[in-house]
Design a binder for this molecule. Structure first.
Ligand SMILES: *Cc1c(COP(=O)(O)O)cnc(C)c1O
Length: 469
């Protein structure tokens, strides 16, 4: 399996080659040259596999340059009952009205980013050791991604993490989650500024090519193909758990922001998994919902991005969307290049001529949810089923209900646990959500964090002094 760029300007590379890179050199994203197909017979042979072994089967189709025994060892190290607070790793729980919850948030940071990041931590360490090199991950986070990266890379050989966070802008739980890590290769840097300023520092450092190569800076952002591939696994797992015979159709509803999670569903469907619909749910930041409704893609600048009560979906420029558009335009890299040039020039592009195919050919439908919808959904699910869902998952449930069909199981992806967003649970139900038992005293643990001014020079000095060499 070789990987090419959605914009056509990259020599074909292996899975391990693209693992440590960000954007392709032409500004595009790495995608498989062609997608592997999974036959009905193969799919049936995977019934009953433990999650780690299913992950091996699916990932071996993408990571063809990693020997099978090694890859199996990596998936078995990533997906353990000890790391994921669940024997099933990804439990499937019935709700009502034809809906079920696919539990992607049993990992250490209580959000679905752990699903891909735990594999990424294993495969990073493996590839770095093989190539005899080291990597310094530099990132900025406002919550979920940074903590998932830290938990996946803590204590790993050959890699250090420098994670910038805006001082005083995360919830007490989120702060405790990150700052309580005592591993020497994890560096929490709280900067006196807001997230966008922290992000600008990271961009400036990565843009300084001499600094970047001297300190071997890397990233673990959501465009990383290994993350997309690892997320494909749980669509297969969900289908296998929700069906009992070949060819049965299942729909998935996906709370979406950067289009990473649902892109993995699109890949699974393109590999032959019998997925009927991919239901894309947004919050008030509905750029993607607008595209699937109208065919016009018009990303918005930061000042038009609302701060909502499902904050991990407050995204108006979906970085993975280009990979779907590549398929939509018949894998025509020249066309993709033109479309993104149009976004840069005019602020949008119009694919409304292809709109009839969004659902008929690709299974995509979409909807949006508001703060009031979110509260009402958390309340109604709790009252009707006794299950407490988080605000992001509530956006998924709200939109899923609009598209549920009799005889077709609708699996809503649970992208976070309610304890992570307890303020909104309290607003909906009048009482907070409690964290799982093993995290009850998280906020009282000692914290390890460097606080500094929000300027590039301070962060640069800190990395120079602490980078893995
Ligand atoms: C990241 C995240 C999302 C959005 O996922 P994308 O892959 O960016 O579409 C939704 N919910 C939660 C809780 C998240 O952390």
């Amino acid at each position: 399996m070789k990987y090419i760029s959605t914009r056509g300007g990259m020599a074909a590379l292996t899975f391990s080659d693209i693992l440590l890179e960000g954007l392709a050199p032409d500004g595009g994203l790495a995608v498989p040259e062609s997608l592997p197909q999974v036959s009905e017979q193969t799919l049936e042979s995977w019934r009953g596999l433990p999650y780690a072994d299913l992950a091996f089967e699916v990932l071996s189709l993408f990571a063809t340059d990693i020997p099978a025994d090694d890859l199996r060892r990596l998936t078995r190290a990533a997906y353990t009952q000890q790391i994921f607070n669940s024997e099933d790793i990804v439990p499937l729980r019935p709700l009502n009205g034809g809906l079920s919850l696919l539990g992607l948030s049993e990992g250490p940071t209580l959000a679905f980013k752990d699903m891909a990041m735990q594999f990424l931590g294993q495969v990073f360490e493996y590839v770095l050791a093989k190539r005899g090199t080291t990597l310094n991950i530099v990132g900025a986070t406002s919550g979920d991604t940074g903590s998932a990266a830290e938990y996946a890379l803590r204590g790993k050989q050959g890699v250090a993490v420098f994670m910038l966070s805006p001082q005083g802008r995360m919830s007490a739980f989120q702060r405790a989650q990150m700052y309580s890590l005592q591993d020497e290769n994890i560096h929490n840097i709280a900067v006196r500024g807001v997230f966008d300023e922290a992000q600008d520092i990271v961009k400036a450092l990565a843009g300084d090519l001499a600094f970047k190569s001297k300190y071997r800076l890397g990233a673990v952002n959501s465009i990383n193909w290994a993350r997309i591939a690892a997320q494909v696994v749980y669509y297969f797992h969900g289908w296998l758990r929700a069906t009992s015979k070949p060819g049965q159709q299942v729909s998935f509803a996906v709370p979406s922001g950067n289009f990473g999670n649902i892109l993995s569903g699109h890949i699974a469907r393109s590999m032959g998994l019998p997925i009927r619909r991919l239901v894309l749910a947004t919050n008030e930041n509905n750029v993607l919902e607008e595209f699937f409704r109208s065919g016009v893609y018009r990303p918005r600048p930061a000042e038009q991005t609302y701060a909502t009560s499902s904050p991990s979906m407050d995204i108006s420029r979906a970085s993975n969307f280009e990979r779907f558009v590549f398929d939509l335009v018949g894998r025509d890299a020249g066309r993709v290049k033109e479309l993104w040039a149009a976004v840069a020039r005019d602020g949008s592009f119009d694919l409304s001529d292809l709109k009839p195919e969004f659902e008929s050919r690709y299974g995509f439908v979409s909807g949006a949810s508001s703060h009031d919808d979110r509260l009402a959904t958390i309340r109604s699910v709790y009252e009707e089923t006794g299950v407490l869902i988080d605000p992001h998952t509530a956006d998924g449930v709200k939109v899923a209900r609009e598209f549920v069909e009799s005889g077709v199981p609708m699996l809503v992806l649970e992208t976070a646990l309610p304890a992570k967003f307890s303020e909104t649970i309290e607003e909906a139900l009048g009482r907070p959500a409690t964290p799982p038992g093993n995290l009850a005293d998280l906020e009282s643990l000692p914290q390890r964090v460097q606080t500094m001014d929000c300027d590039q020079a301070s962060v640069r000095r800190y990395i120079e002094a602490n980078a893995k060499v």
